[in-house]
Design a protein around this ligand. Structure first.
Ligand code: GAL
Length: 681
């Protein structure tokens, strides 16, 4: 049985750095953690030198001594491969292992994640340190799992070293076979980019305006993702040779240019995320008016859940954040640490590990505060951990319950990558992404993200009553078929503007739009435009009121069985179709011809009767989040108050309050940053 995510209890951990502290503190630290309810620690992710202080010289005494103490005290350990920070002896002798900027300038030793995934030397050195660590430590009884590297693709997710260019060339050579096929796929006849020999092919390099061929860029990002997954998978294979039965392999964080779903599927047992909602209060970026603030992290947690239905938090915010060089945020307000822990749990985390036990007294992260401050004396945050541990003792029955949603938002990596390459696409995607999250959150309508690739959806979508697919600009036949099947079997699909105008290489298709989705949507895009900056008040008129058009306008007519449900109300294309509804099989498709607004999300969710599904049980203010986890037939409701003031919730039916161990009904007052966790009875 897995020691965490065990469906028996929700467990706490912390990140510990024995190499930062005098040995005389170790035992006391472990004992104090255990007394506070912290039963798991993560160690060693940046400590290569402690195992291989010089090339080929291995020494195990440092961690052996520390792990002995863990075993004596009863502390469980997640051990890491230390490859996020290659040592100076390595980077000095083999500069080819370093990552580079787009102009080829090497990113030198001195920060972290300064390596590239494709240098044969780095691959070999990483395999060796993984093999040495795993073969020596994996048998230790205190070790329960492994973390690969640290935050893959964090700091930068772009790679421009010579080794990367070389590997990219091999990647596209394998993919296309001949330069002619590559020329065709990348449309290199445009601007005379044609290649007649593989040696001329590179990943992105410094160019005029740093403009790159967009079709090459799609392949380059896919290549980065593949490189990262193959790097991680080599480490996982080695660890699996030595790991004890039941010990897990995970990695932490969730970063760009990476198919995290594939990483999890191919390499990991489950995924862990690093949740830092206090970024919302970073003084540089703090906006008083941003309604969602720390609640935005629920969006990331929703995505993590889609990658890995059971997951943990490897780094959960406990104190103020900041580096000496960037980022400055205040200490969490009293209660926020508990609120954010429960936010993670509400979305499905059954393991929450705080970053970090003691705040560093050295290095760039002296302002990235942990549970304890520099002195290490007892403080409010430690008391908070003890309180959270006490809460969790009342919540054991929730362990293993899964988040319950009837609405899905489809994402696919090709379109996600395209948003970072193509600013027309990126702009509309951001508008819709924000509107969907905000509208569904405010209306207390739980939703999931769902991944789609040629093989199908990442989860069984038949239970979703509504699927939004905001802007699937890139589309292929296989995905169109999966969408069709969902609809034919009774699903409701809502597409946004710009659907299916590109192929998998990001080239525009010559069919009438929406291309491969034309038959399914019953819509025909006759004309289209970005919405001009001087005309931001264009609206869509429906039988039930008007909706603001956002960002872009496809001008529609209905085809076949499709019918117009809304038209543009003003500007030169007033009267053109803006919403087409099309019944297909047992289900239906809406084509919404612009980017989504909160109002538009409300329109479709109300029309399909999927808005606020718990409205008969309770009423809560918009600035509190509702999340529901379900196990068998039992549903657990989480109410999270992000406001710095008390909020009132009304229960129309009695529920069982798990923390207070009593049935409650009627009005309930939630204190500032308070949480309510109850079972529906
Ligand atoms: C995470 C990282 C940690 C620490 C923390 C604060 O991204 O995994 O090692 O750096 O942020 O910056």
């Amino acid at each position: 049985m897995r020691q965490i995510l065990n469906e028996q209890s929700i467990r706490l951990g912390t990140c510990y750095y024995p190499e930062h502290w005098d040995k005389s503190l170790w035992r006391e630290d472990l004992t104090r953690m255990l007394a506070a309810g912290i039963e798991v620690i993560r160690i060693a992710e940046f400590a290569w030198n402690k195992i291989e202080p010089a090339e080929g010289e291995f020494t195990y005494t440092f961690y052996d001594e520390f792990l002995d103490m863990c075993e004596e005290t009863g502390m469980q350990v997640i051990f890491c491969t230390p490859t996020a920070t290659p040592p100076a002896w390595l980077t000095e002798k083999y500069p080819e292992v370093l990552n580079a900027e787009i102009d080829g300038t090497l990113l030198r030793h001195g920060a972290r994640r300064h390596y590239n995934y494709n240098s044969p030397v780095y691959r070999e050195k990483s395999r060796i340190i993984t093999e040495k660590s795993a073969s020596h430590y994996a048998g230790r009884s205190c070790i329960i799992g492994w973390q690969l590297d640290n935050e893959l693709n964090c700091e930068t997710s772009e790679f421009y070293s010579d080794a990367d260019h070389k590997a990219f060339r091999a990647y596209v050579q394998k993919k296309y076979g001949t330069p002619d096929a590559l020329n065709e796929a990348w449309g290199t006849v445009f601007w005379n980019q044609t290649y007649n020999d593989w040696s001329q092919v590179y990943g992105p390099r410094h160019t005029v305006h740093d403009t790159q061929n967009p079709h090459m860029m799609l392949d380059y990002i896919r290549f980065i993702s593949d490189s990262c997954i193959s790097f991680a998978s080599e480490q996982a294979e080695i660890i699996r040779k030595y790991a004890k039965e039941g010990d897990f392999i995970t990695t932490n964080g969730m970063f760009g240019n990476l198919d995290n779903h594939a990483l999890n599927r191919k390499v990991l047992d489950f995924y862990t995320y690093d949740s830092y909602p206090n970024f919302a209060y970073t003084l540089d970026g703090y906006q008083e008016t941003d309604f969602m603030k720390d609640r935005w992290w629920s969006k990331n947690l929703t995505l993590v859940r889609s990658i890995s239905p059971s997951f943990g938090i490897m780094e959960q915010q406990s104190g103020a954040n900041g580096w000496t060089t960037r980022m400055d945020a205040p200490s969490p307000r009293p209660g926020q640490m508990r609120l954010w822990t429960m936010q993670s749990i509400a979305h499905g985390a059954d393991f929450v590990s705080y970053f970090r036990w003691r705040t560093a007294t050295i290095g760039t992260e002296i302002y990235w505060h942990g549970i304890l401050d520099y002195s290490g004396r007892d403080n409010e945050r430690l008391e908070m951990v003890k309180g959270i541990y006490a809460d969790l003792q009342h919540m054991k029955e929730i362990a293993g319950a899964v988040y319950d949603a009837k609405i899905g938002i489809i994402r696919d990596y090709d379109n996600v990558y395209d948003t970072s390459i193509d600013i027309w696409h990126g702009k509309i995607e951001r508008i819709s992404d924000n509107a969907l999250f905000t509208a569904l959150q405010k209306s207390h309508t739980p939703f999931d993200y769902v991944d789609l690739n040629d093989e199908g959806f990442s989860t069984d979508v038949s239970s979703y009553r509504l699927l939004f697919y905001p802007h699937p600009c890139i589309m292929d036949q296989a995905r169109a078929e999966h969408l069709k099947k969902y609809v034919e079997q009774g699903g409701c699909l809502v597409l946004g503007c710009r659907s299916a105008y590109k192929d998998m290489n990001g080239r525009c298709v010559r069919e009438n739009l929406p291309g491969l989705l034309a038959d399914l949507s019953g819509a025909d895009v006759k004309e289209f435009t970005l919405l001009p900056p001087d005309e931001q008040d264009i609206t869509v008129q429906t039988g039930e009121g008007s909706l603001p058009a956002k960002g872009f306008a496809d001008r529609l007519s209905a085809e076949g069985e499709g019918s117009i449900l809304g038209t543009y109300a003003n500007t030169y294309f007033a009267g053109d179709g803006a919403i087409v509804e099309h019944k297909v099989g047992e289900g239906k498709v809406y084509y919404y011809a612009t980017a989504f607004s909160e109002e538009a999300v409300g329109f479709f969710t109300e029309r399909e009767n999927v808005k606020d599904p718990y409205g008969e049980i309770l009423k809560l203010p918009a600035d509190c989040e509702l999340a529901v986890r379900k196990k068998g037939d039992t549903s657990y409701i989480f109410i999270l108050n992000y406001a710095g003031e008390e909020r009132r919730v009304t229960f129309f039916k009695p529920v069982y309050d798990l923390l207070e161990e009593k049935t409650v009904a009627g009005e309930l007052v939630l204190p500032a940053y308070g949480v309510e966790i109850c079972r529906i009875v």
